[in-house]
Ligand binder design. Structure first.
Ligand SMILES: *Cc1c(COP(=O)(O)O)cnc(C)c1O
Length: 369
């Protein structure tokens, strides 16, 4: 038996009839860009997230880029974010000419440490960009309190956290904007690229709709600002609408796998299971454990050799990425750097079988001997 880290064909097979019917409808409609499927999906996502507005875009990266544009981020500005994330989070900050200011993370959740956010605010801070990593919200109560006091806008990178929540609210509906990715491997994945920006601010809606159409507003050939080509297309929206109807149940299946792993892995010496903070609803985009005592790479190799899929998210913190060279200077983010040495993500996709997850645990037992 081989256990994949992720197998998208299983979900497709379960939804094949429904999905092909909807996709074929789009093909025969002749309406491929910004039509009824996208509008319908935007309304459904606004209801799902409880954000007032949702705007379909090309990717999660574009949703981040447009959020930064909405707050006029550019050269000379600083944007505070986590160093433990996917590269897209900081890429857009740098691309717009601003400086990403990297924070350390909390040990248990791998999410940005609000105390470090507070320490790093300066007169140049233009936005705070917390990332809800692996499917669990950041401590948004603390972050929003800091941001509101200083009147700094908050952009939620919710690309891994659709459906997550805490007492602070739902992912994407707490900050000034929320950003979602529908990259195929995400908890709600398209058959290609896709993304979404959520907000309760109608001015940001107008700007985002303009930016996704090359900076046009009412007249398609009158360009008021410099924008992008960044639309979610009708076929992807049709696929996503089908999957959205099943998302709650998919998340519950992930949570059930996580429960199992937690009960089985807490007894293995040298492994620390994933942590769900009390009062938080974790959606387990990744089920990420810590392998202690410098054994992570060895365990990773052992699992791979024994047909158990796994991955390291993330091996290189953002402040250590080669593109930044020495420009991040001597900043030290000890909790983040330790995490990069210890993390290991295990298969947790909804369609994972009971036999497969048992094999994951058995193989981990052997690896830790
Ligand atoms: C996937 C992801 C993105 C980028 O989303 P794309 O749709 O691939 O552009 C940004 N941030 C995080 C944390 C992600 O996981």
């Amino acid at each position: 038996m081989q256990v994949p880290l992720l197998d998208l064909t299983r979900q497709y097979k379960n939804l094949q009839e429904e999905m092909e019917r909807e996709v074929l409808k789009v093909l025969s409609s002749g309406y491929y860009i910004l039509g009824p499927q996208v509008t319908g999906f935007e309304e459904e996502m606004s209801a799902f997230t409880s954000a007032k507005y949702a705007i379909g875009l090309n990717s999660g990266t574009d949703a981040l880029r447009m959020s930064l544009r909405a707050f006029d981020v550019g050269p000379g500005d600083e944007v505070i974010t986590s160093s433990f994330s996917y590269f897209a989070t900081c890429e857009v900050i740098s691309e717009l000419g601003a400086e990403p200011i990297f924070c350390d993370i909390e040990y248990d959740t791998f999410n940005i440490d609000p105390e470090d956010v507070k320490r790093k605010i300066t007169d140049k801070t233009k936005a705070i960009l917390p990332v809800h990593l692996f499917g669990q919200l950041c401590d948004m109560e603390a972050i929003m309190a800091i941001a509101r006091e200083k009147e700094i806008p908050v952009i939620e990178d919710a690309c891994q956290a659709i459906g997550a929540r805490s007492a602070a609210g739902n992912a994407g509906a707490i900050g000034d904007t929320g950003t979602f990715s529908f990259f195929p491997s995400k908890n709600l994945g398209a058959a290609g690229d896709g993304g979404m920006l959520t907000t309760s601010n109608s001015d940001i809606v107008d700007l985002t709709k303009s930016l996704r159409m090359h900076g046009t507003i009412t007249d398609r050939y009158r360009h008021e600002i410099l924008g992008y080509n960044s639309r979610l297309d009708e076929i992807q929206a049709a696929v996503l609408r089908v999957k959205l109807r099943h998302l709650k149940e998919y998340i519950e299946q992930r949570r059930e796998h996580a429960e199992f792993y937690k009960s089985q892995l807490s007894t293995i010496d040298g492994i620390e299971p994933a942590v769900e903070t009390e009062g938080f609803y974790h959606t387990y985009h990744q089920y990420t454990v810590r392998i202690k005592n410098g054994k992570r790479d060895e365990v990773f190799d052992f699992l791979r050799k024994n047909d158990v899929g796994c991955a390291i998210y993330y091996k290189v913190p953002l402040h250590k990425q080669p593109v930044y060279g020495d420009s991040c200077g001597d900043i030290e983010l000890p909790v983040c750097e330790k995490a990069a040495e210890e993390v290991l993500s295990l298969p947790v996709f909804p369609e994972l079988t009971v036999d497969e997850r048992e094999m994951v645990v058995e193989t981990l037992h052997k690896a830790m001997k």
